[in-house]
Structures are given as structure tokens and as C-alpha cells.
Ligand binder design. Structure first.
Ligand SMILES: Cc1ncc(COP(=O)(O)O)c(C=O)c1O
Length: 366
């Protein structure tokens, strides 16, 4: 099979090899620090040794699964603890294919690039539905692409890269389209703690056998290196997913799961609120500078990305390299996210240097 290396790796290494100072706005690695429960949990774990250093249950530490199940109001048997949201999405999409009720995935354009990558890896075909310029995804447009060939519909709210957050009615519609076409809705909710609009609705709000919700602690607890996420399956779909998880990974890292459990118990809502406030102020700083640079931009309702379109400067890989070389700011080319955002560049607001980056862009284009 011909796998495409994600463009992300190329841009990251180009920026890292630059000899001058480059502000990294490529990756989605939070810079605001994890809650103290993470390092406390790791220290506590380090002293356990013995049996606690051996394989955890494949589907995840029992207490962590119980904690997740209680928070999400599902039965713990429906929860699989995965190696991040990435594996959770893979298990969910693989499960949709295993049902043999279609071999197509409905994806959005723009799209988080790992979904089309996984679609290809699973031998499925992608059908793209364009979002509006502000990232709104119309259920009607999704319905038009749905057919008996649809294995799954993959949505992400709050959205990477557009920052859109789908409201309750929209999510309800996605679930019912999946039901109508005997497909699975895969709802990737890894940015659920980064909703600035208050309208985020989890697909779990709608009782259905046709939806899988995926999530991760990577962003929520600023631990992208730990690799702990989870998927919540309908009861009759979960066992096969647990088997695939076991055969692929054996289990998810035990110390990481232990620390996440500890942090979930200790972390207060203020931690998340502070991060949202920080991001909101970064969005303001950054978009004001984009105004000064004469750029169009997305105003995110959630997640931590801003897309910008500069006059006569399409968001191609070569222009992104030019920005690295000449402005000292690294973003992601819009073409990485599908065909509809070729003209745009995505910037991740996960650096304390957002203000400096904004000034560099304003100077460069202003
Ligand atoms: C929409 C989306 N889903 C999933 C992931 C993967 O998350 P994880 O690090 O938990 O695998 C990311 C990471 O950037 C993401 O943006």
C-alpha cells in the first residue's frame, strides 16, 4: 500500500532545520502545562513497582474506565482506553468497516488529515462534504452524500482546523443520518474542553447504536506525549474493537493511564477555564495582527487553530516555507486539509510567542 507521509512532518523538520529563530505554530502541542495531578500521579506510580509495572488490562485500567464511564454516563464495558485519540479514531473507523455495511467514509473538506489517511489504510473510499467558509457543516450536505455504501461519517467538533463547533441540532442530525443509512457516526471530540461558544454538544447526548465517540487526554490535560485516549462504543460493537486494540497494541501505557486517572480526580474546572481564557486572548491578539496584515481569517468557536488567507499568497507548501525563511513563523499549508483551503495557512496558537508571531506576520504582509 502506498502511504502518504503527513505533510506535518515535512513542515516540522523544515522549520527545525532553519538556522534563524522560527516560531512554531505547526503542531497541536499545548504549551500551557499539565495540571499538577499529572506529575503527582507519575511520582506516585514510580514508587509502586512490582505488579503495577506489568501489563495493565488490555482495554484499560479498570478504575480509569470506571471514571470515564461515570463522567460520560455510559457503562464501563463500552469504554476502551486507547493510545490517544488517534487510535480511538482508528478503532472506530475500522469498526465501521467491519460491519460490512458500506465501504465509504463521509469526511469534511477541510479535514483533519489523519481521517483520509486512515480511510485509505482501511481500504475504504472517502467522500468529502465541503463546509461553509466559517466551518459550518450542513447536515443536508452530509445527507446528500450518504448512501447504502456509507460505512461511517466522521465529524470533529470543536474542529481542527476550522474552529467550528457544531450545535445540538446539527449533532442530532448527524446521528440520525447514520441511523437512516445503517452507518456509524464517528464523533471525534478531542477538543471538547476548548469550546469558547458554549454550544458544544457531544454525540453521546443522543442515545443511538450508530455512534461512536472518541476522545483523548492529549489536549485536555496537555499530555500529547502520554498517548492516552478513549472510545465509547455501543454495547454490541465494543467487543470486536477491544480485540483489535489488543492485537494492535496489547495495551495502552500503564504509567500514563495511572497519571491520567490521578489527574482526573484532582483537577478542578478552573484549570480548563484558565486555558480557554488564555486561548481566547491569543485568538484576539493574533487576529488583530491579521487585520493589520490585510488577511482574512477564521474566528474559532473552539479548538486552538486560526486559519488565515493573505493577499496574493496562497497557502502552498512553498509559500509556507517562504514564511518560515522570511518571516520566521511556521504554519501548516492549507492544502494539507483538503482542496477547499488551498489558499489558507493554519496557525496553532500553542506558543507563548503568539504576539511576536503576529507582529512578524503584520510586518511581513503589512
Ligand atoms: C481532530 C483531532 N483528532 C485526533 C487527534 C489526535 O489526538 P491524540 O494525540 O490524542 O492521538 C488530533 C491531534 O491533533 C486532532 O486534532
Amino acid at each position: 500500500m502506498d502511504y502518504d507521509t503527513p505533510l506535518f512532518f515535512h513542515v516540522m523538520s523544515y522549520a527545525m532545520e532553519a538556522e534563524h529563530d522560527v516560531i512554531d505554530m505547526v503542531s497541536g502541542n499545548p504549551d500551557w502545562g499539565s495540571p499538577p495531578g499529572i506529575s503527582d500521579g507519575l511520582h506516585e506510580y514510580a514508587d509502586l513497582g512490582g505488579a503495577d509495572f506489568q501489563y495493565p488490562p488490555s482495554e484499560g485500567l479498570r478504575e480509569l474506565r470506571e471514571e470515564i464511564a461515570a463522567r460520560r454516563d455510559v457503562d464501563q464495558s463500552q469504554v476502551v482506553v486507547t493510545c490517544g485519540g488517534g487510535e480511538a479514531n482508528y478503532l472506530a473507523m475500522a469498526r465501521a468497516m467491519e460491519r460490512e455495511s458500506g465501504d465509504e467514509f463521509i469526511l469534511t473538506d477541510p479535514v483533519y488529515p489523519y481521517y483520509p489517511g486512515k480511510t485509505k489504510m482501511l481500504g475504504a473510499t472517502a467522500r468529502f462534504v465541503a463546509t461553509d467558509e466559517d466551518g459550518t457543516l450542513s447536515p443536508e450536505a452530509v445527507r446528500e452524500q450518504a448512501s447504502e455504501n456509507t460505512a461511517g461519517i466522521v465529524v470533529n467538533s470543536p474542529n481542527n482546523p476550522t474552529g467550528a463547533v457544531y450545535d445540538e441540532e446539527t449533532m442530532r442530525e448527524f446521528v440520525s443520518i447514520a441511523e437512516e443509512y445503517d452507518a456509524l457516526l464517528v464523533s471525534d471530540e478531542v477538543y471538547d474542553h476548548f469550546d469558547f461558544s458554549g454550544k458544544f454538544t457531544s454525540a453521546l447526548s443522543f442515545d443511538s447504536d450508530n455512534r461512536i465517540v472518541t476522545n483523548s487526554f492529549s489536549k485536555t490535560l496537555a499530555i500529547t506525549g502520554f498517548r492516552v485516549g478513549y472510545a465509547i462504543f455501543p454495547p454490541e460493537l465494543v467487543d470486536v474493537a477491544k480485540t483489535r486494540h489488543m492485537l494492535t497494541n496489547v495495551a495502552t501505557s500503564r504509567p500514563a493511564q495511572y497519571a491520567v486517572l490521578h489527574a482526573l480526580r484532582e483537577t478542578t474546572p478552573e484549570y480548563h477555564e484558565e486555558n480557554r481564557q488564555l486561548l481566547k486572548s491569543r485568538v484576539e491578539t493574533f487576529t488583530s495582527a491579521l487585520d493589520a496584515a490585510g488577511a482574512d481569517y477564521s474566528e474559532p468557536d473552539g479548538a486552538f487553530y486560526v486559519m488565515a488567507r493573505f493577499p496574493d499568497f496562497p497557502g502552498t507548501l512553498s509559500n509556507v516555507e517562504k514564511l518560515i525563511d522570511e518571516a520566521g513563523v511556521a504554519g501548516m499549508p492549507g492544502e494539507a486539509f483538503g482542496s477547499s483551503r488551498d489558499d489558507w495557512v493554519r496557525f496553532a496558537l500553542v506558543t507563548p510567542e503568539v504576539e511576536e508571531a503576529a507582529e512578524r506576520l503584520a510586518d511581513y504582509f503589512g
